[in-house]
Design a protein around this ligand. Structure first.
Ligand SMILES: Cc1cc2nc3c(=O)[nH]c(=O)nc-3n(C[C@H](O)[C@H](O)[C@H](O)COP(=O)(O)O)c2cc1C
Length: 395
């Protein structure tokens, strides 16, 4: 029988998570926008990148250690910001942050998290990262940044691709709202996941704790629903990035870049890094996979800024492929969420260890000892052609 102990792959953790997390929350993680075409390609495009096997290379004393935005990490990986993580497992963000800290990789807390900045601070000993969604209420944005600074957050991740929220059919069918409003069918789904329910009864963290009680006029769940729908700022522009960067005054990572022109604009802001990301296929359906957009972005701005990538990474092989294509860091969303749903903190730790071992082994078979030396020479073939349009307008 598959258990956390016998799980060998991220896919095993996903099977366990599906068994242990109520359907509406499991589906919330395992879904993309509209037809889910881009969500699917985020994964399948990785199989089109072939690695170059080498032999008779000295392979002892291997290391995955590197730096991400100047911070020492045990491997080039970070945990992506994910909303409502505390619904995959009680106190999810606190558990994931602790697992990441123990594993020596960064954890980025979402604005739309269940556990607050202060909750995560209370269970960690080193700085974590914070992801910002820009709201219309700039005073509230400033107060979030103040709280992040007070908690010792060492890098800000500014998400640029969710000023409107795409339709994800599964969430509609499940009647999932933010924050969740329980209906009879949800209670039926929960009744089949008794351990999840017990743990939820054991915590008081059930709402968006970065927001409730902090944003003006948001003191309870009822008002928060309307507030969320009306508050994401559809006018977000690069000018806003300038004032946010100024106000923040620390390291800045721009998330959600899928275009060479936008990558250049991100460089112009003076940010420390950008993440080539399509939000895990959850926003613009019909665009390409993020890994496919990585090479043109690296070509255009890789010398000027750290380029990272997320979306579809499920193995250490995928991480190796992304690093070989020029990513300085790889981010994982669902892999750690599945670990969390499968087994709380131990499950997140397991997801990180699975990927660490797979990356180490893959790197060795490619004849590399140091992850910082991985590059295009480790590739045999990249099975997608350069874009004919390259993001330019038609003539
Ligand atoms: C359930 C879920 C919630 C997410 N919430 C956020 C969020 O609050 N902020 C954000 O910037 N990105 C969010 N994302 C996107 C992730 O940060 C990341 O870009 C994506 O998960 C990467 O793809 P992967 O899941 O295939 O690794 C979310 C993704 C998932 C799956």
């Amino acid at each position: 029988m598959l258990t956390l102990g016998s799980a060998l792959t991220i896919d095993d953790l996903q099977i366990l998570a599906r068994r242990r997390v109520p359907k509406l929350f499991y589906d919330y993680a395992d879904s993309g926008a509209l037809t889910e075409q881009t969500y699917g390609m985020n994964r399948s495009d990785y199989t089109r990148i072939l690695l170059r096997q080498r032999v008779a290379r000295a392979l002892s004393n291997r290391t995955l250690k590197t730096k991400i935005v100047g911070e020492d990490v045990s491997m080039p990986m970070a945990l992506s910001p994910t909303g409502m993580t505390g619904m995959q497992h009680a106190d999810g963000e606190m558990l994931a942050a602790r697992a990441a800290e123990k594993a020596g990789v960064p954890f980025a807390l979402s604005t739309m998290s269940i556990c607050s900045i202060e909750d995560v601070k209370s269970v960690t000993t080193k700085p974590f990262w914070f992801q910002l969604y820009v709201m219309r209420d700039h005073d509230f944005v400033k107060s979030l940044l103040d709280r992040a600074k007070a908690a010792g957050v060492s890098a800000l991740v500014l998400t640029m691709d969710l000023q409107l929220i795409a339709q994800r059919h599964k969430d509609h069918r499940n009647a999932l709202s933010a924050p969740p409003k329980l209906m009879p069918k949800h209670l039926m789904q929960m009744a089949t996941r008794p351990m999840w329910c017990l743990r939820m009864l054991g915590t008081h963290r059930h709402t968006f704790r970065n927001i409730v009680g902090h944003a003006k006029g948001v003191d309870d769940l009822g008002s928060l629903h309307g507030w969320t729908n009306s508050q994401f700022d559809p006018e977000l522009s690069w000018k806003d990035v300038a004032w946010i960067k100024d106000y923040w005054g620390g390291k800045l990572i721009i998330k959600g870049v899928m275009d060479v022109e936008d990558a250049k604009a991100a460089v112009d802001t003076g940010a420390d890094a950008l993440i080539v990301s399509n939000h895990g296929g959850r926003q613009l359906d019909g665009t390409c996979s993020s890994i496919r957009m990585l090479p043109p972005v690296v070509d255009a701005v890789g010398k000027d800024i750290e380029v990272h990538v997320d979306g579809g990474i499920r193995t250490g092989i995928d991480m190796m492929r992304a690093l070989a294509l020029g990513a300085k860091a790889t981010w994982i969303g669902r892999p750690f969420l599945y670990g969390l749903g499968a087994g709380g903190e131990a499950g997140v730790a397991k997801s990180i260890e699975i990927l660490r071992q797979e990356l180490d082994m893959t790197m060795a078979f490619c004849g590399e000892r140091e992850v910082t030396k991985v590059g295009p020479h480790n590739l045999l073939e990249v099975g997608f052609a350069p874009f004919s349009r390259g993001g330019q307008l038609p003539e």
